[in-house]
Ligand binder design. Structure first.
Ligand SMILES: Cc1cc2nc3c(=O)[nH]c(=O)nc-3n(C[C@H](O)[C@H](O)[C@H](O)COP(=O)(O)OP(=O)(O)OC[C@H]3O[C@@H](n4cnc5c(N)ncnc54)[C@H](O)[C@@H]3O)c2cc1C
Length: 236
């Protein structure tokens, strides 16, 4: 059975990861944390170099309690993180606009994770290659068998970084407007406007091989599908 975390104990809420603002929206169980992470392909990695903060958007993937991201060996972010610095990796999904009857109570429905760990570089070449191929397979199952293999120079030019999740929290808002009773008579619409990212119609490259088949290779990326649902299913 694929590991969706439901059968394993949750993460501890620590001094760093315990949600103080709206603690009722907090989750620390693996199933919820994994579901939010797996529904995304993009994260933001926060770290400090020479006392100054940086937050870099980048692609990532999960393998059990480990999170991985990759990039150019020349990237300053990746070179700094290779030294084993603490990082905070965040993922957030916007699920809906929440319109209330006063500006103060307008809000957003969302799912978010903040994961803390110590970055490390995957130096072993075969482990690195397997990790990079796993990233392609996560999005496009079966594709590594169709592509030309990764060249030694490409492997050298790419750095693979990861963390073992040391501490983590998830926070979810899934509610309508929380207006005060006295505001309910206001002359304005109130409620939720759902927001979702959908897959568009694939656009073939000019020089696509006659042996390439969109239907066979990426039929799962069907036009109109919710991208977060699709990513979550692919992670299973
Ligand atoms: C898309 C999006 C938009 C948001 N917009 C706003 C906004 O405009 N204004 C606003 O005040 N807040 C917003 N939030 C909520 C915001 O992320 C914080 O939760 C909130 O500001 C409280 O921050 P804090 O540092 O006081 O939290 P604290 O509760 O003090 O944080 C303590 C710990 O709780 C955990 N934690 C806190 N927030 C989150 C989170 N979002 N996800 C996972 N773990 C968390 C972390 O481990 C953190 O170290 C937004 C969230 C999302 C996902």
């Amino acid at each position: 059975m694929p590991d969706n975390g439901s059968l394993r104990p949750g993460f501890a809420a620590t001094q760093r990861s315990r949600v103080r603002r709206h603690p009722e929206r907090a989750h620390y169980d693996r199933e919820t944390v994994y579901a939010i992470l797996d529904a995304a392909m993009m994260c933001h990695v926060g770290y400090v170099i020479d006392g100054l903060p940086y937050v870099t958007p980048t692609l990532f993937w999960r393998d059990g309690d480990r999170l991985y991201w990759h990039g150019s060996s020349a990237s300053r972010m990746l070179r700094a993180q290779r030294e084993g610095i603490p990082v905070c990796l965040t993922v957030s999904h916007v699920d809906g606009l929440v319109l209330a009857r006063c500006a103060f109570r307008h809000s957003l429905n969302y799912r978010a994770v903040m994961a803390f760990g110590t970055a490390h570089a995957v130096e072993d070449e075969s482990e690195k290659e397997a990790g990079l191929n796993a990233f392609i397979e996560r999005l496009y199952p079966g594709r590594t068998a169709l592509m030309r293999p990764i060249a030694a120079q490409e492997l050298k030019a790419t750095m693979l970084l990861g963390i073992a999740i040391e501490e983590v929290s998830a926070k979810i808002r899934d509610d309508g407007p929380l207006d005060l009773d006295i505001d309910h008579g206001a002359d304005c619409w109130a409620g939720i406007v759902p927001i979702a990212q959908l897959v568009g119609m694939p656009i073939p490259d000019r020089r696509v091989s006659p042996r390439g088949s969109r239907e066979r290779e990426i039929g799962h990326l069907s036009e109109g599908a919710r991208f977060d649902d699709l990513l979550r299913r692919l992670a299973r």
